[in-house]
Structures are given as structure tokens and as C-alpha cells.
Design a protein around this ligand. Structure first.
Ligand code: C2O
Length: 369
């Protein structure tokens, strides 16, 4: 019971078995004996440095693609070979996302579990998660300029724009990025089910929750117009207010949201979830999704679309300014395997976190209707 509203707080101490898809999930982060240090961007990041640019994967040149693919392979080989309980290992990324997603973490002083999906926590949580993952990759690659390029799955172009305004980056965003789909590399995982069944299908942004176990194999002629419709709805028409785009409020003492239709943000339930389900395999279930490296390039695109949403025409396009949103906190492992505490208010600007996004036919779906 609580007397007044307060922001969500996180501890890894009270961790209990969670539940997903009616199966009990045991996913508790490893024990930590160090001191949890707050991560405050203006103290730790050098704001005089030029912003790193996260790029559209399909717009990299052939040479850039080869280099990037080799870096991913090197980094994920290292993460796969770390001891199982090293919080920077790929398995532990999966476990931590599971803990935050299946009701394994108990809100301090209560017996109420938390879920960072289906509410206003969705965008900032995942921005921080990708941010720390990127730092871990930079660390193991010894390359501080490494950036998590995005899978541009909302770009439904099938032909180049005559005026070249898509920079030649047409079509390929619709398909699983080939850099992640070579079984001889460490960024590949087996069991990405739809892709195994039919390799050439475009991503389907309108897979329905009831189809998640076995998404229909819809072909390009059906899928591409529907993808535009789905993006238009998520970003423009339905998602044109803070509440609809970002999802419902969620404070300390609020029960875990169990029904994904109960107040979830438009893009989270539409393009975001559909892409998880369409790929399937590890990526298709919250308890395992972050153990597939595709998770981070998928969420880099979500992060980019959050940024783009602010500048679209029409509606009311501001982040929440409620103190319970701004002061909500999360815990993440950093590149040195130390546990760090972060706040939502420090995640509202990607520039303040040191990176920006390449422009890549940014709102292809804007004139859908
Ligand atoms: Cu925490 Cu794409 O999910």
C-alpha cells in the first residue's frame, strides 16, 4: 500500500520466479557485491566529442558491411565465450531482459512485481539497455566509436526514389539484415523460425498476437502495403498523442500489466512486437529475446523511431513530464560488469548520450493515406 504516487524503483535483491506464456521462468541476475554507482551522462560522457552516428544497416557500402559484419562476429564471439555468470555475456543479456519482463523483480517494500513493457517505461528502458550493450561491444572491440546500426524495418520502399532522396537505400530494410543472417558468424542464432521456412519474405509488421506462435507466411504484395498502414497508425494517426504513443502511466505500487492491450503504446504493440514474433525463435519471446543479437539492432530502430516521432506533424508529441516518469530508475550492467543506476530523465535525449541517427528515408510511411 502506498500513500502517494512515486516513481518505479528497481532492486535485483528480491527476485522471484516469473511467468511468461504460462510457463514459470527462472531468470534472476547474478549476485552483485559491489556498490551501485549512479550513471549520470553529463558526468561520464564528453559532450565536446562529435556524436557517433548509428546508421541504417542496408545503407552501408559493401566495404562498410564487410567490416561491420566482422566486428559483430568478433564482439559476439567474445560475449558468447564469457563465463555464464558474467553479466556481460550474451546469455545474461537474455536473462536480464527476462527478469525485467516476466515479473521476476519485486518492487522494494512490496510483493508487487514489475514489467517494463506495456507502459511509459518502454522507450527509456530500452534506450538504456541498447546504450549499455553498445558500451559493452565497444569495450570488447576496444573501439570507442563502434555504433549499433539499426535495422530499418519501417522502410517499405521497393524501388529507388527517382530524385535519389532515399540515398539509394531502398527496399532492403524490409528483410532481415544479411549481416546478421550468416550462420558462420556469432551474430547468427538458429531457430529464427519464419526465416528458416522462407528466407526471402519481407518482415510483416502486422503479425497479430494470436498468430505469434506460427505467423502466416504473407508475401510482399500483401505485406508491404500493410506495413505502411501499420507504421502510419503507430506514428501518425493513432499514435499522435503522448499517451497513445508512449503508453500508459506506471508508478511504484502499480501491479504488473498482464494484458498487452491494456494501455500499451502504439509502436510497441504494432511494429515492435510484430517484428519479434515474425522473426520468432529466441527473439520471439520476452524471456529469451535479448539473447539474439538481432534484439539490439531491432531496438536501435525503435529508439530511432521514438526520436523521429517528436518531429512529425500533427497531434501532441511530447514525452511525459510527470515526475514519476522522469525519476523512474533502472539498473544495468556496464562494460566493466559493474551495476549502474540510471534514471528515465537522463534518457530523453539521445544526443546527450553521445549518439545520433543517420537520416534514411525517415518517414517513408508518412503519406500512406
Ligand atoms: Cu523488451 Cu523488444 O522488448
Amino acid at each position: 500500500s502506498r500513500s502517494a504516487a512515486e516513481p518505479i524503483k528497481i532492486t535485483f535483491d528480491g527476485c522471484v520466479p516469473g511467468l511468461s506464456n504460462n510457463v514459470t521462468q527462472y531468470c534472476c541476475p547474478p549476485k552483485y557485491n559491489g556498490t551501485i554507482v549512479d550513471f549520470i551522462p553529463e558526468k561520464e560522457l564528453d559532450s565536446s566529442k562529435p556524436l557517433r552516428v548509428r546508421k541504417a544497416l542496408q545503407c552501408l557500402t559493401g566495404k562498410e558491411q564487410q567490416e561491420y559484419k566482422a566486428k559483430l562476429d568478433k564482439a559476439y564471439t567474445i560475449l558468447r565465450n564469457l563465463p555464464k555468470d558474467d553479466p556481460r555475456s550474451l546469455d545474461q543479456h537474455g536473462i536480464m531482459h527476462c527478469a525485467y519482463a516476466v515479473g521476476a523483480l519485486v518492487q522494494p517494500g512490496t510483493n508487487i512485481t514489475i514489467d517494463i513493457h506495456f507502459s511509459w517505461l518502454f522507450y527509456p528502458f530500452h534506450r538504456w539497455f541498447v546504450f549499455f550493450h553498445e558500451r559493452i561491444l565497444q569495450h570488447v572491440l576496444e573501439d570507442p566509436e563502434f555504433s549499433l546500426h539499426f535495422w530499418n524495418w519501417d522502410n517499405g520502399d521497393t524501388v529507388p526514389k527517382p530524385d535519389g532522396s532515399d540515398g539509394g537505400c531502398y527496399e532492403a530494410g524490409n528483410f532481415l539484415p544479411p549481416l546478421y543472417n550468416d550462420s558462420s558468424t556469432a551474430q547468427y542464432v538458429t531457430g529464427r523460425s519464419n526465416l528458416t521456412r522462407i528466407p526471402g519474405l519481407p518482415v510483416d509488421l502486422s503479425v497479430h498476437p494470436l498468430e505469434r506462435e506460427n505467423p502466416p507466411l504473407r508475401t510482399a504484395d500483401v505485406v508491404l502495403p500493410r506495413n505502411l498502414e501499420s507504421m502510419y497508425g503507430a506514428m501518425m494517426s493513432i499514435g499522435n498523442t503522448t499517451r497513445h504513443f508512449m503508453g500508459r502511466e506506471y508508478r511504484y505500487g502499480d501491479s504488473q500489466v498482464l494484458n498487452p492491450f491494456d494501455g500499451t503504446g502504439t509502436l510497441e504493440i504494432m511494429g515492435h512486437a510484430a517484428t519479434h514474433w515474425w522473426v520468432g525463435g529466441l527473439l520471439g519471446a520476452v524471456e529469451t529475446s535479448a539473447a539474439d543479437p538481432l534484439f539490439f539492432t531491432h531496438h536501435s530502430n525503435i529508439d530511432r523511431l521514438w526520436k523521429i516521432w517528436h518531429n512529425l506533424p500533427g497531434g501532441e508529441r511530447k514525452d511525459y513530464d510527470d515526475p514519476d516518469f522522469l525519476n523512474a530508475e533502472f539498473l544495468f550492467w556496464d562494460e566493466n560488469a559493474a551495476l549502474r543506476r540510471v534514471k528515465v530523465k537522463d534518457a530523453l535525449s539521445n544526443e546527450a548520450l553521445g549518439y545520433c541517427y543517420e537520416t534514411a528515408n525517415d518517414a517513408y510511411w508518412i503519406n500512406y493515406v
